[in-house]
Write a protein that binds this ligand. Sequence first.
Ligand code: ADP
Ligand code: MG
Length: 157
Amino acid sequence: AAMRHLPYFCRGEVVKGFGRGSRELGIPTANFSEQVVESFPSDISTGIYYGWACVGNGDVHKMVLSIGWNPFYKNTKKSVETHIIHTFKEDFYGEILSIVIVGYIRPEKNFDSLEALISAIQEDIEEAKRQLDLPEHLKLKEDNFFHLPEGKIVNNH
Ligand code: ADP
Ligand code: MG
């Protein structure tokens, strides 16, 4: 069921998140606005996904993404947060983030400790890297979506 909407193409502005300290964990997540999140299929599963991401007209990088319940809205709304597997020199709030969600890794989980959370995310990142090297996933990196002018979003599946 998690795969029904995939691959899922999405583009939107990077907004300020809710200070959950992902950067302190060494895992910053670029948050989409509420408006972009609302445009997602309402029945898309929460959990951890992998795919490709590009900031502005920059290079396309591997990413892991979480679709979760947003504590800011008392868990009545979802949040969509992308961790790009690349080291950026600067923040990119306000820039346009383009992503294609390619595959599903696991559902959301609660962890007993910060260490357990961090190691789960590290495993997610390793899984994303492996999956995205497969030819059928690698080809989405070259998708025209990443080279089209803004606004032309086509969910072609
Ligand atoms: P916030 O709560 O505002 O989302 P985070 O701690 O999650 O704060 O950091 C997210 C911000 O970090 C992004 O909006 C982006 O500007 C910046 N950033 C830097 N490197 C990355 C990266 N590799 N992946 C995602 N965001 C990054
Ligand atoms: Mg964030």
